[in-house]
Design a protein around this ligand. Structure first.
Ligand SMILES: NC(=O)c1ccc[n+]([C@@H]2O[C@H](COP(=O)([O-])OP(=O)(O)OC[C@H]3O[C@@H](n4cnc5c(N)ncnc54)[C@H](O)[C@@H]3O)[C@@H](O)[C@H]2O)c1
Ligand SMILES: [Zn+2]
Length: 359
């Protein structure tokens, strides 16, 4: 089992990574608190009885939400809180987030507001949540007006990453997680990028050694960044590589067409094209990036979306400055740079000569 320590301003917490941690770790927890385990219907179906068996010695309650982004809303938070009040959860009791990023964000947010904040444990079950969302303390729920519009920075007490659970993950969700892994590689660690490229088949086949090493590598990068900039005032922004376009694509398709990771892959693909045209990366490296993404077999075509609407959505990005849109772009191997572009510049750089096909 690997251990990484995340040091943030007010506290520090461990991330444990390894195989079969559900079986080998949870049974060892000795704690007299009440636990509210929050999970979704898919995970409950696959792991419900195993969890019950491993955690049966604890004072355990369970709240199962419908799988999917739709559950990540304030109404679900209210329902969970009502349930916790019914069972007289106190400030000393705990929440466990057992699931993907949806569950982590929802449960983390609930923990941060219940009685002004109670402890919570992250047990992420998707690749995306293991390498990204379970670490760093961003929690939140969606509003009809927009994604993650209500949220907090609230760190977990501990993160337990069992890479064995990825075996039951649908291929599409696995590829989605690879999107965030490639992001880390391009952003800070060229060797990680090459490692994924070279071992893609092993990753897709959930080779435990390869997956564990990748998850550890990504968590180390995220822990380092979060320790330097917990509230995203500077360097944490780099994690938004590929995300300016990704967020616009997710919104334009009403979060129905792409998973978050797929949108990030498409974002990285097209934003790398901008970086190449701005002279931030060489042709050869650009080809490495696009070929790696193409190998995943997702469609990177965006010409069917309205460029006007897409640009309008990008204008809402929190990182924008003086009416210019912020992009975190690849700038050399394992490096990124924040660049501000006008709508006109983006149209030209993204569309090149084919403007008429994207209107
Ligand atoms: N807080 C952050 O820093 C942060 C970062 C990135 C993304 N996010 C958020 O994360 C969410 C996306 O997370 P996600 O991609 O994990 O999606 P998700 O939580 O919806 O999980 C994807 C699907 O996989 C299923 N699933 C989960 N684990 C499984 C397993 N082991 N076996 C079989 N099926 C399993 C789920 O039931 C669901 O259907 C979004 O809401 C996004 O906003 C948050
Ligand atoms: Zn992301």
């Amino acid at each position: 089992m690997e251990r990484i320590q995340v040091g943030v301003e007010k506290n520090s917490y461990p991330i444990y990574i390894g195989e079969d941690l559900l079986s080998n770790f949870l049974g060892e927890i000795k704690d007299s608190s009440k636990f509210m385990l929050i999970t979704d219907t898919n995970i409950e179906r696959i792991y419900g009885s195993q969890i019950q068996e491993q955690m049966g010695h604890l004072d355990l309650y369970k709240y199962v939400v419908c799988a999917g982004e739709e559950s990540k809303n304030i109404q679900t938070v209210i329902e969970i809180i009502s349930e916790m009040m019914k069972y007289q959860f106190s400030r000393h009791d705990k929440i466990i987030a057992f699931g993907g990023g949806v569950i982590g964000d929802l449960a983390g947010f609930t923990a941060s507001v219940y009685m002004r904040g109670i402890s919570f444990i992250q047990i992420p079950t998707t690749l995306l949540s293991q390498v990204d969302s379970s670490v760093g303390g961003k929690t939140g729920v969606n509003m009809p007006q927009g994604k993650n519009m209500v949220g907090t920075f609230y760190q977990p007490e501990i993160v337990i990453i069992d890479t064995t659970v990825l075996k039951s993950l649908p291929l599409r969700e696995l590829i989605s997680g690879i999107g965030e892994v490639i992001k880390y590689g391009i952003m800070e660690d060229y060797l990680l990028f090459k490692y994924i490229e070279k071992n893609l088949d092993m990753v897709l086949g959930i080779d435990q050694q390869v997956i564990t090493s990748i998850v550890k590598n990504c968590c180390e990068i995220k822990a380092r960044i979060v320790a330097k900039d917990e509230k995203e005032n500077n360097i944490r922004k780099n994690l938004n590589l590929g995300h300016t376009l990704a967020h616009a694509l997710e919104a334009i398709t009403e979060y129905k067409t792409y998973t978050h990771g797929e949108a990030v892959l498409i974002g990285i693909y097209h934003e790398s094209k901008i970086a190449k045209q701005l002279g931030l990366i060489e042709e050869e490296y650009y080809q490495e990036i696009v070929q790696c993404i193409e190998k995943l077999g997702i469609s990177v075509e965006i010409s069917m979306y309205s460029s006007e609407y897409c640009l309008e959505l990008m204008c809402k990005d929190k990182k924008n400055r003086n009416e210019k849109i912020s992009f975190i772009l690849p700038a050399g191997k394992g490096e990124v740079k924040e660049v501000f572009l006008t709508k006109e510049e983006i149209s030209l750089l993204l569309l090149g000569n084919q403007q008429e096909s994207f209107n």
